[in-house]
Design a protein around this ligand. Structure first.
Ligand code: 5AD
Length: 348
C-alpha cells in the first residue's frame, strides 16, 4: 500500500462501510505483525499521585476539583508495585501522576534509581509538563521513556481544554522535542471525540504522529466526567453532527489502525479508556494494530481516587486476577506476552 496522505486518512476516518473498515483492520494487523510481531508488551501502571496544578477542563483530577481526596504514594509503596510488576513478568514500570510539584526532582531521581537497581525494569514516566532540569535529572537516573499526549493538534481547541498555567504557555510539542533530545523514547497521543474536535483535526493529529516519528502513541475515547467544565459546556462546543468526531469505539479503533499504518514501528497500547467502552475493548485494540497493554498495579485505595474519568475499567481489576485473565485472552487471539523491556524496534 502506498503511504497514506492526509486525505486518505480523512477518508478512512469518515468511512462507514463495514467491508472497508475491515480492510483497514486487516492492513493494520498485517503491518503490526510485520513491524513489531505478535508480542504484546505489558507495562505495569502505577498512578503515584493525583495532585495536579493544572486546570484541564476534561479531567477529573484538575486542581480546582475540590471534592477529590488527594494522595501521593510513598516511595516504599511505589517500590512494592514495581516489584509486583517484576514478579508478574512485566518489562516496564510506568509511573503516572497529575502535574505534581510535590514530586520533587531529587526524590523522583532517587526512586527511579531504586526501581532500576531492585527490579531492572524499564521505567516510563508520565508526570506532565515538567521543567527541562527535572526531565534531564530523571533521564540521568535511568528513566527510559516519557509520555506526554498533545491531546489535539488544533491550537484553538487545545487552549480551551488545557489552560496555560499563569504566564507559562503550555507547549507540549516543544516539550516532546526536548524529551527526544534528552534521549527519552517519547510517547504522545490524543483523546478522540473531544467536543469541538473535527474529522480534519483528527486527521491532522494522526499525520503529526508520523511527522514526529514518535516512539509510542496512546489514544482513547474522551469520556465525560460530569464534574468538569468540559462536560458542563459540551453542548456549546460540539460541532454540527457531520463535523464532530464521536467518542466511540469504532472511531477509536480506526485511529489505532491508521496510527499503526503511519507509524509502523511504534508501540501502541490498547488503552484503559478503550476498554472502558466495552469488555472486549482491549482485544479489539490489539486486532486493529495495538501491541501494548498497561495493566494497572496501583493499590486499590489509591486507584479509586485517580478518577480522571468515571467508571474506569481498571477499578475492578486485581493485579493477579487481571494478569491470569489477560494471559488467557491473549492466547485466545493468538498473541503472546512480550519478553524483555519492549523498547521501540530499531532504536534500542
Ligand atoms: N476521558 C478520556 N481520557 C482522558 N484523559 C484525561 N481525562 C480524560 C477523559 N475525561 C487522558 C488524557 C491524558 C491521559 C493521561 O488521560 O489524554 O493525557
Amino acid at each position: 500500500m502506498p503511504p497514506l496522505t492526509r486525505d486518505d486518512i480523512l477518508a478512512y476516518l469518515r468511512e462507514t462501510d463495514p467491508g472497508r473498515i475491515d480492510q483497514l483492520r486487516r492492513e493494520a494487523d498485517r503491518v503490526r505483525r510485520q513491524a513489531v510481531g505478535d508480542e504484546v508488551h505489558l507495562r505495569g501502571l502505577v498512578e503515584i499521585s493525583n495532585h495536579c496544578v493544572r486546570g484541564c477542563t476534561y479531567c477529573g483530577i484538575r486542581h480546582d476539583h475540590d471534592s477529590v481526596r488527594r494522595y501521593r504514594m510513598r516511595a516504599d509503596e511505589i517500590l512494592a508495585c514495581a516489584r509486583r510488576a517484576h514478579q508478574l513478568g512485566y518489562g516496564t514500570v510506568v509511573m503516572q501522576a497529575g502535574e505534581d510539584y510535590g514530586i520533587g526532582r531529587d526524590w523522583m531521581a532517587e526512586l527511579i534509581r531504586a526501581i532500576k537497581d531492585q527490579t531492572g525494569r524499564a521505567v516510563t514516566l508520565s508526570l506532565g509538563e515538567r521543567p527541562e532540569e527535572d526531565l534531564v535529572a530523571w533521564k540521568r537516573a535511568g528513566a527510559d521513556r516519557y509520555l506526554l499526549r498533545f491531546e489535539t493538534s488544533d491550537r484553538h481547541l487545545y487552549k480551551r481544554i488545557h489552560p496555560d498555567r499563569g504566564s507559562i504557555i503550555s507547549d507540549r510539542l516543544t516539550i516532546l522535542e526536548t524529551l527526544r533530545n534528552i534521549g527519552y523514547e517519547t510517547g504522545t497521543g490524543v483523546m478522540i471525540g473531544i467536543p469541538g474536535q473535527s474529522w480534519e483535526t483528527l486527521a491532522e493529529d494522526i499525520s503529526l504522529f508520523a511527522k514526529l516519528d514518535i516512539d509510542m502513541v496512546g489514544v482513547g475515547p474522551y469520556i465525560a466526567h460530569p464534574d468538569t467544565p468540559l462536560a458542563r459546556h459540551a453542548h456549546e462546543m460540539m460541532l454540527d453532527d457531520d463535523r464532530q468526531v464521536p467518542a466511540d469505539q469504532q472511531t477509536t479503533l480506526k485511529v489505532v489502525a491508521l496510527t499503526r499504518l503511519v507509524c509502523p514501528e511504534a508501540n501502541i497500547p490498547a488503552t484503559t479508556a478503550l476498554s472502558t467502552l466495552s469488555d472486549r475493548g482491549r482485544e479489539s485494540g490489539l486486532a486493529f494494530g495495538a501491541n501494548v497493554i498497561m495493566p494497572n498495579l496501583t493499590p486499590m485505595d489509591y486507584r479509586r481516587l485517580y478518577e480522571i474519568y468515571p467508571a474506569k475499567s481498571c477499578l475492578a481489576e486485581d493485579p493477579q486476577a487481571f494478569h491470569d485473565e489477560l494471559l488467557r485472552r491473549l492466547s485466545a487471539i493468538g498473541r503472546r506476552p512480550g519478553t524483555g523491556p519492549g523498547h521501540r524496534k530499531g532504536r534500542a
